[in-house]
Design a protein around this ligand. Structure first.
Ligand SMILES: Cc1cc2nc3c(=O)[nH]c(=O)nc-3n(C[C@H](O)[C@H](O)[C@H](O)COP(=O)(O)OP(=O)(O)OC[C@H]3O[C@@H](n4cnc5c(N)ncnc54)[C@H](O)[C@@H]3O)c2cc1C
Length: 569
C-alpha cells in the first residue's frame, strides 16, 4: 500500500474507485492501465492472493468442527448462517450479522464480504451473458423503465472481459443466452447428459447446457501473465484458490492494476459520502472514515466510480447530501433507493433415476449444468411476467446406514454403497423492480462510522408466487416425462438477499426524471460520478449478474477516460 500523507496534494488522484470487489477490481484495472493515478478505497482488510487464504490447503480433519459452523456462531448470525457457503472453511470472508447491522422492514438476509476482493472470493463463478430478451424486457412487458442500452452496446465488452477473466463454456447457439469467448467446457455427468438429450429431443425451445463459469479450463497467455494456472477441480474455491484457477479480483484485476504502478490501495477505509462542489457543479472527492482510528479524511479526484455492491452503493449516495442534492447525490428524480430487486431462489426440485447403474463415477467439477430461461421468451404465455432459469446438477452419492453402534456400525460405515443417480435443480427467477421496494436512511440511528443505518424494505409479490408454482409444474413435467422418480419439490421460503444478486436503486434509464444513470452509467445530474455495480441495474433478468457488472464497468471506464480527455467531465 502506498504511504498516504496528509497534504491535500497527496490525497489527490485522477480517479477514485469505491470498493475493490468484482466491479471495483475491474474499474481499478481499466483506469490504471489507461495511465490514471487511481485510489481504491476498501472498507475491509487487505487480502493478498496466495498469502491470505488460511484454509486453502487444510484437510477436513484439520478443521476444529470438521467444516461445520458451531451452533453458537449460527445463533449469533441468523442471516449469514442461512447462506449455503457460510461454512467453517470460508467463514472469515463473511461480514457477521452484528458487524454492520441494517433495519429489516421486511426480512432480508444480506450477504457481504468486506475485504480487498469483496465477494469475488466468495462467489460461485457462474457467468452467463444477458441478451436483448433481457435488455428489451421492461419496455416490452411494461415495467420499470426502458434500459438505455441494448445487447449490441455491451457485447464487445462482454468479449473483452471474458477473454481476461477466462470463461469455460460451450457455444450453444441459444438466442436468449448469447455465446461468448469460451475456454473448453468441462464434462456433464451421465445423468445430466441424459436429461440434456431428452430435453433436446422433446422440447424445441428448451435447453440443458453446461453452466458457463469463470474457471481456467485451458489457460491462455493472458491468464499465465496474470500468474494464474489451470483449474485443478479441487472444488475448494470458497477458500481462495492458490492456483488462481477461478477469477477473483485478488488473483486477477487488482495485481494487474498494481503492476502498472498507478494503483494506490487503501484498505480499512469506509467511504462515508461523496463531496459535491456546487460552484464546479461536480463531485470533487469523497469523505473517508479510517476504521482503525475513526478519523475522517477527504480524498479528491476528477472522476469517482461507486462499486461498493448494490446496497452499500445506495447507502453512500443517499448519505451524500448537499444544498444542491438534499435527497442524496444525483437524486433529482426521487428514485434513488427505489425499484430495488433481486432473484427469486426459493424453488428446489430433486428426483432420482434408476438407470446407468453400471456407471459408478460422476467426476468432480466446480460448476453445474444450467437451463436457460424458456418461459415468456418469444411471447407472453403465462399469467406472470418474465421467467426463470434453473441450475441443474446430477450425480451418484454413497449411501450409508448409520444405525447401530460398535463393530456393526463400523462395518456398515466402511462398506458404503452407491445410491441411485439423483438430479437437483434450483430456480433463478427474475423479480420485478417496484417503487415500494426501497432502501432508505434511518432518521435517528447511525452505525459506528457515523453513517445513518439503512432500512431495507424489499419483498416478494404475487408474480413471484405464480412463477414459483410454474417452475415446480414445468420441472416436474420434464422430470416425469424423462423417467425420473421420487420427484420432490420444496419452497425454502427464504427471504430475499440469500440469492446474493441484489440490484437496482440507482437504475439506468433514458430520462433523468425517472432514472439516476444515463447509458454510460454516469449520474444524469453529476456526470463525473459513475455507478457500475448491481445498483445500476434497471431490471434483473434471470442470469447471474456479475459478468454484466464487469462488462458495464470496463465500458464505463472507457467512456470516463475519453470524457476526461475531452474535458466533458
Ligand atoms: C456465495 C455467493 C455465490 C455467488 N455466486 C455468484 C455467481 O455464481 N455468479 C454471479 O454472477 N454472482 C454471484 N454472486 C454474487 C457476486 O459475488 C456479486 O454479484 C459481486 O461480487 C458483486 O460485485 P461488486 O463489485 O458489486 O461487489 P463486491 O464484490 O461485494 O465488492 C464490494 C466491495 O465494496 C466494499 N465496500 C462496501 N461499502 C464500502 C464503503 N462504504 N467504502 C469502501 N468500501 C466499501 C466492500 O467491502 C467490498 O469489498 C455470489 C455471491 C456469493 C456471496
Amino acid at each position: 500500500m502506498a504511504n498516504i500523507n496528509t497534504s491535500a496534494k497527496d490525497r489527490t488522484f485522477d480517479a477514485i474507485v469505491i470498493g475493490s470487489g468484482i466491479s471495483g477490481g475491474w474499474a481499478a484495472k481499466e483506469f490504471t492501465e489507461k495511465g490514471l493515478k487511481t485510489l481504491v478505497l476498501e472498507r475491509g482488510r487487505d487480502v493478498k492472493h496466495l498469502k491470505d487464504y488460511p484454509t486453502t490447503n487444510m484437510y477436513p480433519w484439520e478443521f476444529p468442527h470438521r467444516g461445520q459452523i458451531p451452533e453458537a456462531i449460527k445463533a449469533e448470525n441468523p442471516s449469514i448462517s442461512r447462506c449455503y457457503a457460510f461454512k467453517e472453511d470460508a467463514m472469515h470472508f463473511f461480514v457477521k450479522d452484528k458487524e454492520h447491522p441494517y433495519i429489516q422492514d421486511k426480512p432480508f438476509d444480506l450477504i457481504r464480504g468486506y475485504q480487498v476482493g469483496g465477494k469475488s472470493l466468495m462467489w460461485a463463478r457462474q457467468t452467463q451473458r444477458w441478451s436483448n430478451f433481457d435488455f428489451e424486457g421492461p419496455a416490452r412487458d411494461g415495467f420499470a423503465v426502458d434500459w438505455p442500452i441494448r445487447y449490441e452496446d455491451i457485447a464487445p465488452w462482454y468479449s473483452y472481459v471474458e477473454k481476461f477473466v477466462g470463461i469455460s463454456g460451450n457455444k450453444d447457439g441459444i438466442p436468449n443466452l448469447p455465446d461468448g469467448e469460451f475456454l473448453p467446457a468441462m464434462d456433464l455427468t451421465r445423468v445430466e447428459t441424459y436429461f440434456k438429450d431428452f430435453v433436446a429431443a422433446n422440447y424445441k425451445d428448451r435447453h440443458v447446457i453446461y453452466g458457463r463459469c469463470a474457471h481456467l479450463s485451458e489457460p491462455q497467455p493472458i491468464h499465465i501473465e496474470q500468474g494464474r494456472v489451470k483449474c485443478q477441480k479441487r472444488n475448494l474455491c470458497q477458500r481462495g484458490c492458490p492456483f488462481g484457477g477461478y477469477f477473483s479480483s485478488n488473483s486477477s484485476t487488482l495485481p494487474w492494476a498494481e503492476k502498472t504502478g498507478n494503483l494506490t490501495m487503501r484498505p480499512f477505509s469506509v467511504v462515508h459520502s461523496i463531496i459535491y462542489d456546487e460552484k464546479k457543479g461536480k463531485a470533487t472527492g469523497v469523505r473517508v472514515v479510517d476504521t482503525n482510528t475513526k478519523e475522517m479524511t477527504e480524498y479528491y479526484a476528477n472522476v469517482i466510480f461507486v462499486n461498493a455492491a448494490a446496497v452499500n452503493t445506495n447507502l453512500i449516495l443517499l448519505n451524500s447530501v448537499s444544498n444542491r442534492f438534499p435527497q442524496g447525490l444525483g437524486n433529482d428524480s426521487g428514485v434513488l433507493g427505489k425499484y430495488f430487486a433481486f432473484h427469486n431462489y426459493r424453488g428446489h426440485i430433486s428426483a432420482q433415476y434408476d438407470g446407468f447403474k453400471d456407471i459408478t463415477t460422476d467426476g468432480r467439477r466446480p460448476t453445474s449444468a444450467y437451463l436457460p430461461r424458456f418461459r415468456n421468451v418469444q411471447k407472453q404465455e403465462t399469467d406472470f411476467l418474465r421467467g426463470y432459469a434453473a441450475g441443474f446438477d446430477g450425480g451418484r452419492r454413497l449411501t450409508s446406514d448409520n444405525s447401530g453402534f460398535g463393530v456393526g456400525l463400523k462395518d456398515k460405515l466402511s462398506n458404503e454403497e452407491l445410491g441411485p443417480w439423483y438430479v437437483g435443480s434450483h430456480m433463478m427467477g427474475e423479480t420485478i423492480p417496484k417503487e415500494e421496494s426501497q432502501l432508505t436512511l434511518d432518521k435517528t440511528s447511525k452505525d459506528e462510522w457515523g453513517i445513518p443505518t439503512l432500512h431495507i424494505n424489499v419483498g416478494y409479490d404475487d408474480n413471484d408466487e405464480k412463477m414459483l408454482k410454474d417452475f415446480f409444474e414445468q420441472m416436474t413435467e420434464m422430470y416425469t416425462k424423462a423417467g425420473f422418480t421420487n420427484i420432490q419439490t420444496s419452497d425454502s421460503h427464504q427471504a430475499p438477499g440469500l440469492d446474493i444478486h441484489e440490484m437496482g436503486g440507482v437504475r439506468m434509464g433514458h430520462d433523468p426524471k425517472t432514472s439516476m444513470l444515463n447509458k454510460w452509467n454516469q449520474l444524469h445530474a453529476c456526470t463525473n460520478v459513475y455507478v457500475t455495480d448491481g445498483a445500476c441495474m434497471t431490471s434483473t433478468s434471470t442470469q447471474n449478474p456479475s459478468l454484466t457488472y464487469m462488462a458495464l464497468t470496463a465500458r464505463a471506464v472507457d467512456h470516463a477516460v475519453s470524457s476526461l480527455k475531452k474535458g466533458d467531465i
